[in-house]
Design a protein around this ligand. Structure first.
Ligand code: ATR
Length: 279
């Protein structure tokens, strides 16, 4: 069997996915390739997608700006992709195209790889900063994993309230402005930063300063360029647990690869290799 895999999106020339999936193919001892298939806004999306689907690919990833647009071309989407409203992984199963979203599960896997006991206390207090596309996946995965207290803060609080509609009956979610959240930061055991604030080319930016962090807390930032955001650096100086964005990238890819091939490839030294590549 030869695995033909691809990525669609725009722009995608700087994507790290080909590097990651070619490593997985090699580690899993499978024959195949992972190519980029850029679809520019001037192209006909429909024509391009059909061309890709007729080209004998077993699966493909979907990135910005097509994660929602792809849905109408699929035969089926899994429950979490439906709840999140976005698909980032598509697989061809006996001629049927099925869409998944691996962000949330990938995020949970990456967190557990660093903090193996993360799941033990479902009552821990979690704060998500931001309410974009990635947040939906992460919030949904936390709810599905049974976490009970997940608050959201965002510059635009209406967007946070929209995401909180994904809660279960057991979940309590309060919505806060950024100013309110800043004042309450010491109440949280886990803080997950999902906004674009602090991303290159503005690495000096910080969504808010976290002066009074609880010593035992975990601070997570899904930004991976820079590898260590200012927020993580300052949190690290307070001795809290840190979780880095590039690990989410690796584990969401691991889950996508598993959907395509049935194999969960152990991460081995890829964390270190990707870090090196991003430095
Ligand atoms: P993604 O889909 O990658 O998560 P997104 O949908 O563009 O990205 O979301 C970006 C997030 O960063 C949002 O939470 C956005 O806040 P708003 O919902 O208020 O727009 C947040 N964000 C971006 N720039 C920001 C800034 N300067 N200050 C605070 N939050 C910001």
């Amino acid at each position: 069997m030869y695995y033909r895999l691809a990525l669609i999106g725009y722009p995608i020339n700087h994507s790290l996915s080909p590097w990651i999936h070619e490593h997985f193919l090699e580690k899993a001892n499978l024959n195949g390739d992972y190519s980029t298939f850029e679809i520019s806004p001037d192209d006909s999306f429909s024509l391009k997608v059909k061309q890709l689907m007729n080209d004998n690919v077993q699966g493909f990833n979907v990135t910005v700006p097509y994660k929602e647009k792809i849905i109408s071309f699929l035969d089926e989407i899994d429950e979490s992709a439906e709840k999140i409203g976005a698909v980032n992984t598509v697989v061809n199963r006996n001629g049927r195209w099925i869409g998944y979203n691996t962000d949330g599960i990938g995020y949970m896997r990456s967190l557990e790889s660093k903090f193996p006991n993360f799941h033990q206390d479902k009552a821990k207090r979690i704060l998500i900063i931001g309410a974009g596309g990635a947040t939906r996946g992460i919030y949904h995965a936390l709810v599905q994993s049974g976490f009970l207290n997940i608050d959201i803060t965002n510059r635009t609080t209406e967007k946070a309230a929209e995401i909180a509609k994904l809660k279960s009956d057991a979940t309590t979610t309060n919505i806060f402005s950024l100013d309110q959240a800043e004042q309450m930061i010491k109440n949280y055991d886990v803080i997950i930063q999902t906004t674009s604030v602090g991303m290159k080319p503005n690495p000096d930016n910080i969504v808010f300063k976290m002066n009074e962090l609880k010593e035992t807390s975990i601070v997570s930032d899904i930004i991976y360029q820079p590898l260590e955001t200012r927020l993580l650096k300052e949190a690290g100086e307070k001795g809290v647990g840190l979780h880095y964005g590039h690990t989410m990238l690796l584990y969401q890819a691991q889950y996508a690869f598993e959907i395509w091939t049935g194999l969960k490839v152990p991460m081995g030294s890829m964390d270190r290799q990707l870090k090196h590549k991003l430095e």
